[in-house]
Ligand binder design. Structure first.
Ligand code: PMP
Length: 313
């Protein structure tokens, strides 16, 4: 789907996966004007396909577009395009329990800009790929707290899903992986003390059955999995706190876990901070595993969706 900066998106069409043409002076290539989303389609036992809270992805893209001076597809257009993409690729949706079809909507500034300004034209496109577990055979995660690098700062774009948020992460993540860690935990850039998130997922800690997660104050992504886990935990009568979480709380937490569309709910086995390695409970007896089971059984259509979160296509 394409549109100019002062227009609405017109209906798009399905194309075979392939390269797209882009002006060398396009807004996305020169000034990072790009946003993306990620959601999954699961196949139920009866063959029907399920999306998980796709309207939340549409809304998040619209909020991000506002921050990035871009037009955005309406919620209807977003949902319609996602459903068409999944239906066209339905044979690629893995069988129940074997993974999911990952759907990647992209909104990019395609029009030419030489001087710094929003691009004159935009393209909204979606591609999809079957996926298994994100951190294959590497659970529980071993995370490294990195206070040398930051991915976001107050007033910046850390709270929206722009492509340019991922560039500052690459070096920290690559270095951590070389040292054998699964991923990095970033701290806030002002105090260098409060937990923000990992490279592509939100973080939770559990101490004495109280579940805490950093509040979203513009520098971390408001994850849809994060929001869903908070709602499930409250339904199960856990105490949930969204607040600034000092890094020292990692040192005596009982459990730590990460959430995201790709990682779902991933237990953290250890965190290393300033050379000190702390280990946590993981396995089927943990609170995080209970939350994981509750979430995935809704996503995969194994239980009745009392929350009204899934959309059948
Ligand atoms: N933080 C970042 C930086 C991410 O890229 C993601 C993945 N979208 C998340 C958190 C988790 O968000 P969600 O649960 O909506 O996938």
């Amino acid at each position: 789907m394409k549109c100019s900066s002062d227009e609405k998106f017109s209906p798009g069409k399905l194309n075979r996966y392939g390269n797209i043409e882009l002006s060398p002076s396009s807004g996305v290539l020169n000034y990072g004007q790009g946003l993306f989303e990620g959601l999954k389609a699961y196949r139920k036992e009866d063959g029907r396909l399920l999306l998980f809270r796709p309207e939340e992805n549409a809304r998040r893209m619209q909020m991000g577009a506002e921050r990035m001076c871009m037009p955005s597809p309406s919620t209807y257009q977003f949902l319609h395009a996602v459903k068409q993409t999944v239906l066209a690729n339905r044979r690629w949706v893995p069988p129940p329990g074997k993974g999911s079809l990952y759907v990647r909507p992209l909104l990019i500034g395609t029009g030419p800009v030489l001087g710094l300004a929003p691009a004159p034209d935009y393209t909204f496109l979606i591609y999809a790929s079957p996926v298994g577990n994100y951190f294959k055979e590497r659970l529980p995660l071993n995370l490294f707290v990195d206070d040398d690098y930051h991915r976001a700062f107050p007033g910046g774009t850390g709270g929206v899903k722009t492509i340019s948020n991922y560039a500052p992460v690459l070096k920290a993540q690559t270095q951590a992986k070389k040292k054998g860690f699964s991923d990095v935990i970033f701290l806030d850039s002002v105090n260098k003390r409060f937990l923000e998130e990992a490279s592509s997922c939100n973080i939770f800690i559990i101490k004495d059955n109280v579940i805490s997660t950093p509040s979203t104050q513009g520098t971390i992504l408001a994850g849809i999995t994060r929001k869903s886990i908070i709602e499930i935990a409250l339904k199960y009568d856990y105490q949930v706190e969204e607040r600034p979480v000092p890094v020292e709380e990692l040192l005596n937490a009982d459990e730590v876990f990460c959430t995201g569309t790709a990682v779902v709910v991933a237990p953290v086995g250890s965190v290393t901070y300033h050379g000190k390695r702390v280990e946590y409970r993981s396995g089927v007896q943990t609170v995080s595993h209970r939350l994981y089971s509750a979430l995935t059984s809704i996503q995969m259509g194994l239980v009745e969706d009392a929350m009204g979160w899934t959309v059948e296509i």
